[in-house]
Design a protein around this ligand. Sequence first.
Ligand code: PA5
Length: 457
Amino acid sequence: VIDYTGMMSSAQNPKGFKKEELLGLQNELDQAQTALSSLRDSGKLDFSKLLDPMKAQLSMIVEYADNVVSKYDNFVVLGIGGSALGPLAVHQALNHYYYNELPSEKRSYRPRLYVMDNIDPVRFNELLQILDPRKTLFNVISKSGNTSETMAQFLIVRNTLRRVCGESYAEHIVVTTDKEKGNLLPIVLKEGYQRFVIPAGIGGRFSELTPVGLLAAAICGIDVHQLLEGALAMDQWIRDSKGVYSNPAQLRAALAHLSGQRGKNISVFMPYADGLKTMADWYAQLWAESLGKRFDRQGRVLHVGQTPVKALGVTDQHSQVQLYVEGPDDKVITFVTVDKFKETREIPMDLELPEDIQFLSGRTLEELLYAEQKATEYALTLAGRQHQKLILPTLDAYNVGQLLLLLEWETAYMGELLNINAFDQPGVEEGKNGTYALMGRKGYEARKKEIEEYGEV
Ligand code: PA5
């Protein structure tokens, strides 16, 4: 459910949007729908197009996962950006919050999960210090098969495995990469690692529902079938429904677009569930990398894109919310709430308490959480700030699948409304190329010289 009353004009918030303003975008949204569906037909909207074929591949992924789980205590994802945030977000949303700390039987004897999405030498070394390589399976994920960070991690791990496991080291590596391209692939083929394919056209940040995310999810016991079913249901809904008030992706994109036009350059994603904390990281990448663009499709300079901010309710009520309520009116806030938590916790009844904290006695943590969210919403409304709410019935695989697809589709719609390509990331590639150059990769000599000269200025 999308509750967007906080975005609309009301007695408390006359600055909100009028219904007609949203309807005023309908022509553009219709054109976007046509453009996106022809992109999909021509095989270029893979996050949607691949859901069905992925269903067919699922049994292979699950079968592999079921075969290996009993052999390993740890499953480590080596990847970065779109090759790490999805697996992390879905795991945190659906598994026990302290999954890794659970005794093995409470994890159904499945491996612990670590996602190593950085190259900080301290963190990397410390991870290797706590793992027994003989009991660890490493999943190297890189679509391009070229990313320096992931390749460096892979080379270190391979070395360790060779030293500790000898000839059987290759059994400890499973690689998820492109079918044909990249520098990882020839090594995979030569050394005979188990391999999963990232479909060619999909961008990293849209790839959670491919083997990128599905393998880690299956290894950790997540119901990947339900995850995909939820995604498929949302996909169908968005593709079939016409009109801003029927199509949830159109609605969210229209609200974001109008708010951007009114100078709201910041989009805050604020779940009120710790399980969705990393979903905010995933969303931040999706929104930033897809929509932060210099040029429109005709090559005109634009410099567009709302800056995503990740926040967590209620924690950030005690830090950022002050800014949201009283600071510059440049933000639009999306709360994400869960109607029914999988756990409940009562605050003990204590009639001896001082009168001013009696109100907590006998209530639940969920009640407190909902009250805090509602109170924040109200404070924002009174301050004339726009906000909306995505309401999930429960935090289960089906609903998480739906959420992922909704956010992906609204990003695609937003790309159309902004007339930009939401599926490339030239700014990221620029940084990757600069790194190759500075680290001395062959063929990048001119770039190296250019950067070094720039550094001297
Ligand atoms: O969304 C993207 O395309 C990027 O964030 C990539 O996922 C990230 O740069 C990692 O790339 P790769 O999977 O090719 O190693």
